[in-house]
Design a protein around this ligand. Structure first.
Ligand SMILES: O=C(O)CCC(=O)C(=O)O
Ligand SMILES: [Fe+2]
Length: 853
């Protein structure tokens, strides 16, 4: 494909020291300008063969011969490896070979030219670095400014015939304004700190050599950026932005000073600087944590407004952040992790259990069984299919048959495999069967409560397995989750059989989970009590008429949601609180809360629904209908049937009255519970999701590699992206070198989900991800080696992973030493590794350790 190329219009002969040749000059207008910033153009130039082409060739040869020079340390910005190498750092040469090739060139030509052109007599080089872009590794450097360098010079060393794309400039916020430079080996491209640029190598191999130059030797020595101060005073938008960043992070000799950063970002953002707008939005958002609820709301408002400004201008990074804005860490991870029933399908079910199942069969070191026989090939295939069925949308046509097959298959695997399997694996398969059973019940609209009962039995068995070894299970995140899932299954029985006792069982299980969360310091797990589960317990307590206790749960949930800036979730909790207040005969307080909620956030359908019910009961039909209408504009949840019930007013009146405030609130709450649950499962938030998808897609279309990956994740979270589209974006992101996308794509090929099953491609992508340090990909690759009897390769990877603390790998190392498989037998090393794995709750290691002792 042809990428638009930047064409230099001005060309002239110049002399630089002993060199004379062609200087090409170009310029672009900047997106953000002020009157005082030198009329808003950015100039740059390219010197043809300033460095002899054969020197460039020698450099390239040296780099290709020494791939180890490149660091695979993660980038501070996107956390994927940088693949950069610094032969010259902070003014000091580190690599003799390149010094010999470059030192003279740097002094006599590069710096001489820069001093001339940029009118800075004392310019000095601070760093020289090499970047490489090769297949499987990162292929892009997102659009940016070189904030730490006054001037940057890029020396071409790869033949542009050997790659597509490369270094581009992007004058506007949007990707459409991108044009690529063609840089021949030996050519030097020179630009200043205010050039918006990036790199995307579409195909082939590219190495580049970058010189970072500061305006004085002192700035090099001290690692500072003095040129911004004067420019910022003149309101130069780029200087303001770069300086703000220095204050935000405490970089380049600046002490960290958030208010200073905000002041500078604001000034830059006002001029239309989309980077400043984006960063400012993120700073505002991060400040929410330490303020009161109302201040938080204001900050969030400002944050979203700036993101919208930049996103609407077409800036991909801001579009991605805007898509993420409604969903903080707790919501995204927490909500999905905590649910059984409907959200179970939103959890990235496919990959995790599959990885485990892969490991199940592969729990071998050197081809020998560790603690268990793997499942037979037939059973492994059954497992795979069952997990695939579970990962799909349960409301699709034909789901029920597939789910029943899955239940049957999992039952068979349990029968075949249980005796030999480790405790964790037995637990996993039962969790999956319980999920299948719940899904079957759900697919009939709750008409098969016996399936929910059978699921409860599965969860009970999982609890038993976990409790066989409390030290191993208490530490895992799964343990409280099993109780939550069992409670949700009990609720299904309660509905299906109208069995009040089941509500008590559910309360008990929620309590167990909540108590476990409470007993764990937040500093350790980073999670604390799941506020959604507090809501669930509140609902179950309400079902039992224990409104006072329910109130406490709802109020605590509200507090937690507010701390997390989850205002719409907090509003749902407050609606619940209001309903419990009705139940407790505190109608006026309840109404006050509902009115407050709907005033603050008119889009919270929950409050409208509750208000409608209240008005209805007080026979104020027209206000009731108004509230309903607004509610229905915000959710299509059951609205049609409810709207219909308005039409049959006389008939339905008694039903509403039954649900009424002073009457049998149980029934009303049951109805309500359905609404609330649908909300927390994300269905009621469809509008937000739609927005998120729209912005995320735009960002992905701008080749934001993370946004492309996140499009796939939105599919997995069941948030409005089709599998076929998700696969397309995973592929794009993976091809651009994003490790998480490479891993996911590998797993999709392995499973044959959304793509034809292909184990070669699977291994290729997993390998790319593994080479970039993705731990789960490394683990899977090691397992694949072990399966093929390539013991040494497997152990090399496991050793590395084990040292970084990965428990599976630690267990495998322990077993290798224990068995003398691939490593000399060594009981003490074996005990050491097994002990480390066991300390992290690794079941197999615990068993092996017990056997050793
Ligand atoms: O690879 C290149 O040509 C330049 C990379 C770049 O922009 C940077 O490292 O800041
Ligand atoms: Fe750069």
């Amino acid at each position: 494909m042809l990428r638009p190329r930047f064409e230099f219009k001005e060309k002239s002969e110049i002399k630089v020291g002993d060199w004379s040749g062609l200087e090409q000059r170009g310029q672009v207008r900047k997106a953000a300008t002020t009157r005082k910033d030198g009329n808003g153009v950015c100039r740059f130039s390219c010197l043809q063969e300033l460095v002899p082409a054969d020197t460039a060739a020698k450099i390239l040869e040296y780099l290709k011969k020494n791939p180890k020079l490149f660091s695979s340390e993660p980038d501070s910005v996107d956390k994927t490896p940088t693949f950069e190498f610094y032969p010259f750092r902070d003014g000091v040469w580190k690599d003799q070979e390149l010094r010999e090739l470059l030192e003279e060139m740097l002094e006599a030509r590069i710096l001489t030219y820069v001093r001339q052109r940029y009118n800075c007599r004392f310019c000095a080089a601070s760093d020289v670095l090499v970047r490489r872009y090769i297949p499987g590794e990162r292929r892009s450097h997102a659009v940016h400014f070189d904030g730490h360098a006054y001037v940057t010079a890029v020396l071409g060393i790869s033949d542009p015939e050997n790659y597509q794309g490369g270094l581009y400039i992007q004058p506007d916020p949007g990707v459409a304004s991108r044009t690529y430079f063609r840089i021949e080996p030996g050519d030097l491209l020179v630009h200043s700190f205010d050039l918006q640029h990036g790199v995307h190598v579409w195909k082939g191999i590219r190495y580049s050599l970058v010189f970072w130059i500061k305006d004085s030797l002192q700035a090099v020595r001290e690692g500072t950026t003095p040129w911004y101060h004067g420019l910022a005073e003149q309101d130069d938008p780029d200087a303001l932005y770069n300086l703000a960043q220095n204050y935000e992070y405490g970089l380049f000799g600046h002490r960290k000073d958030i208010s200073k950063a905000i002041e500078l970002y604001e000034r830059s953002a006002q001029t239309g600087h989309h980077f400043a707008q984006n960063n400012l939005a993120l700073v505002y958002r991060s400040l929410c944590q330490n303020t009161t609820a109302s201040e938080s709301q204001q900050l969030l408002q400002k944050s979203v407004e700036w993101l919208q400004a930049a996103a609407k201008a077409g800036f991909g990074m801001a579009q991605k952040n805007l898509a993420l804005a409604g969903h903080s860490r707790r919501r995204a991870g927490f909500l999905l992790a905590a649910f059984g029933v409907a959200a179970a399908f939103a959890v990235p079910l496919t990959l995790r259990p599959l990885r485990r199942t892969a490991l199940l069969g592969l729990a071998v070191v050197a081809g020998r069984p560790v603690a268990a026989e793997g499942p037979s090939a037939e059973d492994a295939a059954l497992l795979r299919r069952a997990f695939q069925a579970l990962a799909k949308d349960p409301s699709r046509p034909g789901a029920r048959d597939e789910l029943e097959d899955a239940e049957e298959a999992l039952t068979k695997v349990i029968e075949d495999f249980d005796a030999g399997a480790g405790r964790q694996d037995r637990g996993r398969i039962r969790m999956a069967r319980a999920q299948a059973r719940i899904a079957i019940n759900d697919s009939t609209g709750g008409k098969l409560p016996e399936k929910a009962e059978a699921a409860v039995d599965d969860y009970t068995e999982v609890v038993r397995l976990m409790e066989e070894d409390p030290s191993g299970s208490e530490g895992t995140f799964d343990y409280p989750n099993v109780f939550v899932r069992r409670a949700l299954a009990e609720e299904e029985i309660a509905y299906g059989r109208r069995d009040q006792k089941q509500w008590e069982a559910a309360v008990k299980d929620y309590t167990k989970a909540i108590d476990i969360w409470r007993s764990r310091p937040v500093s350790e797990t980073g999670l604390g009590v799941n506020p959604l589960v507090l809501n669930f317990r509140g609902n179950a307590l309400s079902q039992l008429g224990r409104f006072r206790e329910a109130l406490q749960d709802y109020r605590e949930a509200t507090e937690i949601f507010r701390k997390d800036n989850e205002y719409s979730q907090a509003a749902v909790s407050r609606c619940n609180e209001a309903l419990a207040l009705f139940g407790a005969d505190e109608a006026s307080e309840a109404m006050a809360i509902l009115e407050d909620v709907s005033k603050r956030d008119p889009n919270i359908a929950d409050a409208r629904v509750a208000l409608a019910v209240s008005y209805w009961v007080s026979r104020d039909y027209s206000r009731a209908e108004d509230e309903w209408r607004v509610a229905c504009e915000n959710t299509d949840l059951g609205c049609r049937s409810w709207i219909a019930s308005f039409a049959e007013r006389p008939l339905e009146q008694s039903r509403w009255e039954q649900m009424a405030i002073t009457g049998a609130s149980g029934a009303r709450l049951a109805e309500w519970h359905g609404v609330a649950e649908a909300y927390t499962n994300g269905q009621g938030l469809r509008r937000d999701d739609a927005q998120a998808v729209v912005w995320m897609r735009r960002a992905a279309e701008q080749l934001e590699v993370e946004a492309a990956y996140l499009m796939g994740e939105l599919h997995r979270q069941g948030r409005g992206v089709q599998l076929s589209e998700a696969v397309k974006w995973y592929l794009r992101s993976a091809e651009a070198g994003f490790p998480k996308a490479q891993y996911t794509l590998g797993m999709l090929y392995l499973e044959g989900t959304g793509l034809p099953q292909d184990s070669h491609k699977a291994e290729m992508w997993l390998n790319f991800a593994a080479r970039q340090g993705h731990p789960e990909a490394k683990n899977n690759i090691a397992t694949m080696h072990a399966q093929r009897g390539e013991v040494e390769e497997a152990l090399k990877i496991w050793e590395d992973l084990a040292e970084s603390g990965e428990p599976n790998a630690q267990c495998n190392m322990g077993m290798a030493y224990l068995r003398g498989a691939g490593r000399p037998h060594d009981a003490s090393l074996a005990a050491e590794w097994l002990g480390k794995a066991a300390a992290q709750g690794h079941q197999m290691a615990l068993q092996a350790l017990a056997a050793v002792a």
